[in-house]
Ligand binder design. Structure first.
Ligand SMILES: Nc1ncnc2c1ncn2[C@@H]1O[C@H](COP(=O)(O)OP(=O)(O)O)[C@@H](O)[C@H]1O
Ligand SMILES: [Mg+2]
Length: 371
């Protein structure tokens, strides 16, 4: 009998030890998240309005964001901002789900992992960048000294250190955009979500800020999701790309894979006598179409790529021309975007040219807007 309270105390102690171990394990789990993806999105949906007025802003999207930098691309109104607002927990999904390093979106645990730069950043009046960043850094758990150090480091990288003690109210749109990025960075988040971070900048400023984002993301190992409707610039920064159009995902893959997919079976060739080579290639059964492009190069759409490559030496021999270049067509993100979003498409145009008797056919690709 007398042993009972002791046994109970021991049991309590054991339980306590267990909970502490569990808590520690939990902490460790968070530190060492081993999932393949930083963000996992499953059938995420957001509708605005009701009945006839319903806007399917995000319409059942699924994709994953691996560690690294992903461009989230789409034309205006595609659903980028709506997706991002759901990911950061600013609005509730109509359906579906998503997790940030295993934590459900909208939870405190998920939010803590994110640094978010909104599309239209707003700041409190009468605040200087340095005050604001130190304040946020401290909120994020840094000491005043650490926050100050980080704040200066970020302002320096973004070339805002000269404005550190100025009032944010007086900042230009571009400077505000940089401040939005700075505030997203101050607590060194695991995940950076940037909604059109280049929107208010001139082309030089845009290239610069993207370089800075890339530098910071790599240096700190932050996974970064950058939305943009300006495609060319994302190409140089992101290793992954997801394209959304009318609330639906059109493609999500590595930048290289997407380009490879859309380069398809097209080749560029340059020789000492292009017209002669075109004539010959036209008669073969491993070439689908062949034409001279606007740069004067030969463009070949192959029916049988392997055979085309095998036959190149024979063709050169037959035509007695020398080869200057032969390579696969490199497509820009812009090309892919146009094709996959259906904003337009490329139509083959055939034009008859030249004097009577020596009829040359010129084939070009013309961009047509879809109605
Ligand atoms: N609060 C809202 N109420 C009604 N419709 C909205 C709201 N927010 C966004 N939309 C609509 O949802 C669609 C997607 O918008 P958005 O996510 O902002 O696109 P993006 O960021 O790609 O330009 C658009 O048609 C937009 O008008
Ligand atoms: Mg937007």
């Amino acid at each position: 009998m007398s042993k009972k309270p002791q046994a109970r105390a021991q049991q309590k102690n054991e339980e306590k030890a267990k909970t502490t171990a569990k808590e520690k394990e939990g902490e460790r789990e968070e530190e060492e998240y081993t999932g393949k993806y930083v963000i996992e999105i499953e059938n995420l949906t957001k509708y605005f309005g009701q009945k006839e007025e319903i806007v399917k802003a995000v319409d059942g999207i699924s994709f994953n964001v691996p560690p690294g930098i992903m461009g989230y691309l789409g034309p205006n109104g595609a659903g980028k901002t709506t997706t991002i607002k759901m990911l950061v927990g600013a609005i509730k999904p109509t359906g579906g789900d998503a997790t940030i390093m295993g934590h459900k979106i909208g939870t405190v645990a998920a939010r803590k992992l994110i640094g978010y730069s909104p599309e239209h950043p707003r700041f409190y009046d009468h605040m200087t960048p340095i005050n604001y960043l130190i304040f946020l850094g401290e909120l994020g758990g840094l000491t005043c000294h650490e926050a100050e150090e980080k704040a200066f480091e970020i302002l320096e990288t973004l070339e805002l250190e000269q404005a550190a003690y100025r009032n944010i109210v007086d900042f230009s749109a571009g400077m505000r955009q940089k401040m939005a990025l700075a505030q997203a960075l101050i607590h060194e988040p695991k995940l950076l979500i940037l909604d059109e971070p280049t929107a208010n900048l001139d082309p030089v400023g845009r290239a610069k800020i993207l370089d800075q984002i890339k530098y910071l993301a790599r240096k700190k190992g932050m996974t970064t999701l950058i939305s943009s409707h300006i495609l060319g610039e994302i190409e140089k920064v992101a290793e992954y790309v997801t394209i959304i159009n009318k609330g639906k995902i059109v493609i999500s893959d590595t930048m290289d894979a997407v380009k490879e997919l859309y380069a398809g079976n097209q080749y560029v060739m340059r020789t000492s006598q292009n017209a002669k080579v075109v004539d010959l290639l036209q008669t073969t059964d491993y070439v689908e179409t062949v034409w001279i492009d606007e740069n004067g190069d030969i463009k070949i759409k192959a029916k049988d790529e392997a055979e085309l490559k095998r036959q190149i030496p024979t063709i050169l021999k037959k035509t007695k021309v020398t080869l200057d270049a032969f390579h696969r067509v490199t497509v820009s993100l812009e090309d892919i975007f146009m094709r996959v979003t259906g904003l337009g498409s490329f139509k083959m145009v055939t034009e008859k040219e030249g004097e009577e008797g020596e009829e040359a056919e010129e084939i070009t690709w013309e961009y047509i807007e879809s109605e």
